[in-house]
Design a binder for this molecule. Structure first.
Ligand code: ADP
Length: 297
């Protein structure tokens, strides 16, 4: 089974011709409200692919919180770990431009109240999970407690998004650390070399057991601590409509395939196909494919 420890947000999405500058107002499309947040997205993406997935997250006692609970249940996610109350449900304000690129402002809300104690109280979920996946839209101390709560033989997958500093204890547990170009550059700072292969090597030196760098339309790069070389994984060529959630779909797919004991390279190759499928449709959770849809391409 797969356990996702992370955020649950309501995504408030408006399409715009272009983004407003400081002090400027632009008109956009009608508002669309979608369940989102990296944790909720990953759990839904995994369940839609056929995984047995559970979500450990916190939402507010409000309409958006109910939207999130309903959408997880509808996707078949185990919601026993979804906690309610403490603050309003997290919200993401998203603008999408005609090229499909998005800009996002997040109000963490209840996500900021997912505590290490909440993690300790979910011990039975950890015992049942072969792979545990986290992101950084929850407090860092909660991610640290997640690493400490892993069952003896379970594997930890981290997408450090939004990019932030990572304690050595968390880095050492990652197998893999999954970063996009922006997150790789943030973690490496000035020491980032010119090519993704350089970033992979440099990131491995920081302590994770393996590293996956997602490269948008160019696919991904996989590097494991036991080898010095990295492997390129192709992404199918698709017409990108909306990249929201592509990284979440990728991470969920990879985590699920790892839970089936596939190799990291195999899991990443499958994940790239899932990520590519996700950019061909609008939205985050609405865009996630079933396994049949991935294999039919
Ligand atoms: P993030 O969304 O976290 O920035 P990426 O943009 O690297 O991450 O996308 C994650 C994965 O989704 C990529 O590795 C790739 O497999 C797939 N993907 C993203 N954008 C495209 C695209 N334009 N065409 C094909 N695949 C894509």
């Amino acid at each position: 089974d797969l356990l996702v420890v992370g955020s649950a947000n309501a995504d408030l999405v408006i399409g715009v011709e272009r983004r407003p500058g400081p002090g400027e107002t632009v008109l956009g499309s009608d508002l669309a409200v979608h369940p989102g947040g990296k944790g909720a997205n990953q759990a839904v993406a995994a369940a839609r692919l056929g995984a047995r997935a559970a979500l450990l997250a916190r939402v507010g006692d409000d309409g958006y919180g109910r939207l999130l609970l309903d959408s997880q249940r509808a996707a078949g996610v185990d919601t026993v770990g979804m906690l309610v109350g403490g603050a309003p449900t997290g919200v993401a304000l998203i603008t999408v431009d005609p090229s499909g690129d998005n800009s996002i402002v997040v109000s963490p809300g209840a996500n900021a109240r997912l505590t290490p104690q909440d993690v300790r109280a979910a011990a039975s979920l950890f015992q049942a999970s072969r792979v545990v996946s986290a992101q950084l839209e929850i407090p860092l101390e909660t991610v640290v407690e997640t690493v400490r709560s892993l069952a003896f033989d379970s594997r930890f997958v981290l997408n450090p998004s939004p990019a932030g500093p990572l304690p050595a204890e968390v880095l050492a547990a990652c197998d893999p650390l999954i970063v996009n170009e922006h997150e790789a550059r943030f973690l490496l700072g000035d020491s980032a070399g010119p090519a993704p292969e350089d970033w992979a090597r440099a990131l491995l030196l920081r302590g994770p057991r393996s590293v996956v760098i997602t490269l948008g339309a160019a696919g991904a790069l996989v590097a494991e601590g036991s080898t010095t070389s990295s492997v390129r994984v192709e992404s199918p060529r698709v017409d990108a409509v909306d990249t929201t959630g592509a990284g979440d779909a990728f991470t969920a797919a990879l985590a699920w395939r790892l839970s089936l004991r596939e190799s990291l390279a195999q899991a990443a190759a499958f994940a790239a196909r899932v990520g590519a499928a996700a950019v061909t449709r609008q939205g985050a959770q609405d865009s996630f494919p079933t396994a049949d849809e991935v294999f039919a391409r």
